[in-house]
Design a protein around this ligand. Sequence first.
Ligand SMILES: NC(=O)c1ccc[n+]([C@@H]2O[C@H](COP(=O)([O-])OP(=O)(O)OC[C@H]3O[C@@H](n4cnc5c(N)ncnc54)[C@H](O)[C@@H]3O)[C@@H](O)[C@H]2O)c1
Length: 457
Amino acid sequence: MSDLKINMNNLEEVKKSLDLRTLRICVIGIGRIGLPTALSFAKSGLQTIGVDINANLVQNINSGTFPLKDEPGYEEIFNEVLTKKTFSATTKIEDAVSNSDLILLSLPTPMDEKNIPDYSALSNVGSKLSEILSPNSLVIVESTVEPGFIEDEMISLITKSGRLKIKENFLIGVCPENANPGEILHDFTNLPRLVAGINNNVTQIIKMIYNFVFSVDLVEMPNCKTANAVKLTTNVFRDINIAFVNELALMFEKLGIDTKKVLEAAKMKYNFAVHYPGAGVGGPCLPINSYQLLNTARRAGVKLNMIESGRKINEKMPDHVIELTSDAFKECNKSLENSEILILGVSYKPNVKDIQLSPAKIIIKKFQDLGAKVHVYDPFFSSTKVFDLKVEDNLENILPNMDGAVIVTGHDDFKKIPISSFTKMKSPILIDTRGIIDPISAKKEKLIFRGLGRGDF
Ligand SMILES: NC(=O)c1ccc[n+]([C@@H]2O[C@H](COP(=O)([O-])OP(=O)(O)OC[C@H]3O[C@@H](n4cnc5c(N)ncnc54)[C@H](O)[C@@H]3O)[C@@H](O)[C@H]2O)c1
């Protein structure tokens, strides 16, 4: 263990270590959120080490290959901190932790096939920390966890070896991450962050450190569970609101009403928070966060009906994509069986390279189950394999071989495709699940067009 150890319970000592840039940081889990976090600390001049079990990732980082090409602004910071040697990565958690004062956990919190939250990465690292964490270190959990997880699980895991005593020589707090993939630099430098520690002193210390690195508003929460409740509330609000507009979109479609027009007008009202319908809700946050709160509710013996219904609605949206496509095929007297279908977009959201819980996976499987031959085009994954399919790298070449195309992700690149390109398909069937195609233009081009929630034109 290094003898430069800073007492993280002593506000003055931590302040001095920031001024002198002697505070040493270890970020465990350097993925989508952890890497930009580690880079932000390193850029502020603090010696930072990233720990990850993914040896390839660690090797790539140390050899200068930046892994998050879809995060604008970070490649420059990455190159800068590697050159200045304030950042490096390792797979060796023991060395990294014992040579650090502040340990940030940015570990994944996914869910299993039964939608039960999976905290195994945090639990494994928590148990490890109980063996290796130096006294008077501070652990901050940035991962999204359920309210009470820190108080009921994490503290007992880290203190189970008996070496560390909470509030005496072991300090913990949270700063739940709320950045948006693809916009992390913007969000890290603009969005307020929630902070909470196991006591007020720890909260003030966390505030001081994050203020030093991020210079954003830091909102003090009374305790960790409240901070985590806020984080989940904001995301679940979105999941439920998307379900609300998805349900309306299904009805408006039948009534010949364009949901997009409804929402554009509705959002002019000051207290309307606009959300958009689509092929489904994926990603590492919204669906999981809803199931995390449902899990909390189960443990608390209460029922959260609205979240449950919202999930059901959002999870049914891929079925509607199939219905729209079948309907368009019927209009051309064609069958989905043996048809060649092009899926445009596999990412769960526009303009990022990320397929976690993407509705595209479910939609592709449903088409395949109906006997269709599915092809995939997504500029973020060109020439790679996704969901066992080779991603096409040239849209113009593939379109003439297709019987129909389905836009599943609203990438900006897809908005630039001339609508006339779709007329080159064997049958001009275009399904737009993200509201990026103007139905009038589609009609002018004589496409067999179906827009999710767009009504008749
Ligand atoms: N991605 C987002 O949009 C987003 C936004 C806000 C909050 N979050 C939350 O942030 C947390 C991290 O999410 P992410 O998207 O960065 O995940 P990620 O999967 O991109 O990164 C997690 C990293 O942790 C590593 N890892 C897994 N187990 C490990 C272990 N035992 N030891 C060391 N490293 C380990 C993985 O190899 C991976 O590199 C999650 O709780 C997530 O809910 C994510």
